[in-house]
Design a binder for this molecule. Structure first.
Ligand SMILES: NC(=O)c1ccc[n+]([C@@H]2O[C@H](COP(=O)([O-])OP(=O)(O)OC[C@H]3O[C@@H](n4cnc5c(N)ncnc54)[C@H](O)[C@@H]3O)[C@@H](O)[C@H]2O)c1
Length: 324
């Protein structure tokens, strides 16, 4: 049995606790959370041991699950790595670039596995297109949420947009050429809403909008490539593909379109999305990576690269935007 401890049992930490209980081969040993109020809830509801210090919990586990606020990720990762423990750390990997860089360096030296909680990689709507040949040249993303004080210790870029940055960096096989960005701090002291344009060396352009002050929720990514439009709805967990019909599209809904270039047959399909629990899948993948020596699904390098782009965006915003 692999012994796991959870660090931070707030909103997301509770989801992690529920999922750990269902993952085979894992013994949930206990948790550390400095808040008495958060801890009391867990002790009674989950009958789980609370540890007084992170070190005491680290001493009795093989792997640490860090679900504390982002500004505590570094100190907890550092403690875990010093004791040679594997780490699952929520996104973003860390608060600052120097913290992220140090985590990457220390993890490599200590040869511990680190997985970052970029959970959208396990979203069924994204998994549904993973085996498709993808070469997007234009990407349009909207991730909108209602205001919630949780997560506001960091900007909307590090809190929400980082999900899309990670997905885009995993899809576009080219380096970032330039970034332009605009953002406004409305409810907090850091940008709450932002629009960003990322240009890649291969010509791909990604246009991202993230907001945590919207009336409605939306998490949509639209990919445009030479032969297809692909719509990924991370919230509704649905995917739509619209393309010129080929022999592979036998089961798709088709219609003809008259154009000056002849009749084109368009195929519309909705690939099957499996009803998976993305959090359970990512935690499962982390355990698999440790037990079966598999590559980590979202490594500390992936987490760091996403952070690096997020910080470049923040620099652009602080240079160009009016913070009200
Ligand atoms: N992957 C996702 O989609 C997703 C969604 C929500 C949150 N998150 C991430 O999860 C983390 C936690 O977010 P949340 O919404 O659960 O926040 P939260 O405020 O609800 O909970 C955080 C908990 O951590 C505890 N804590 C504070 N300092 C700590 C420390 N030093 N050690 C251990 N615990 C500590 C707090 O007392 C609290 O109980 C953040 O990094 C956030 O970015 C990820």
């Amino acid at each position: 049995m692999l012994k796991v401890g959870v660090f931070g049992v707030g909103h997301l930490g509770k989801f992690h606790l529920n999922n750990w209980k269902e993952i085979e081969g894992v013994e949930l040993v206990g948790f550390y959370d400095p808040s008495d109020a958060a801890a009391a809830d867990i002790i009674t509801k989950y009958q789980l041991q609370r540890f007084d210090t992170p070190e005491a919990l680290l001493d009795v586990i093989d792997a640490a699950d860090i679900v504390a606020p982002t500004n505590h990720h570094f100190e907890l990762c550092e403690k875990a790595i010093r004791k040679g423990k594997h780490i699952f750390v929520e996104k973003p990997l860390a608060n600052t670039i120097s913290e992220g860089r140090l985590i990457v360096k220390m993890a490599r030296e200590a040869r511990v596995k680190v997985q970052v909680g970029h959970v959208e990689r396990f979203n069924p709507a994204y998994l549904a297109i993973k085996n498709m040949p993808l070469n997007p040249m234009f990407i349009e993303v909207h991730r909108l949420a209602q205001f919630n004080p949780r997560g506001t210790e960091v900007s909307v870029i590090l809190d929400l947009m980082i999900h899309d940055i990670d997905i885009i960096l995993s899809l576009v096989k080219s380096d970032v050429r330039s970034i332009s960005a605009s953002g406004v701090a409305v409810m907090t002291e850091t940008p709450d809403i932002a629009n960003v344009r990322i240009e890649f060396n291969n010509g791909c352009v990604a246009n991202l909008t993230s907001s945590r002050i919207s009336m409605k929720k939306m998490r949509k990514m639209r990919l445009f490539q030479k032969d297809a439009y692909i719509g990924i709805d991370f919230l509704e967990k649905k995917t739509e593909i619209i393309k010129l019909k080929t022999s592979e599209d036998e089961n798709a809904f088709t219609f003809d379109l008259e154009t000056p270039y002849g009749t084109k047959t368009i195929a519309v399909s909705n690939p099957e999305t499996k009803p998976v629990n993305a959090i359970k899948e990512e935690l499962h993948a982390f355990i698999d990576a440790i037990v079966h020596e598999k590559p980590v699904a979202v490594s500390e390098i992936d987490g760091f690269v996403a952070m690096e782009v997020a910080h470049q965006i923040l620099d652009k915003i602080s240079n160009t935007s009016i913070m009200v």
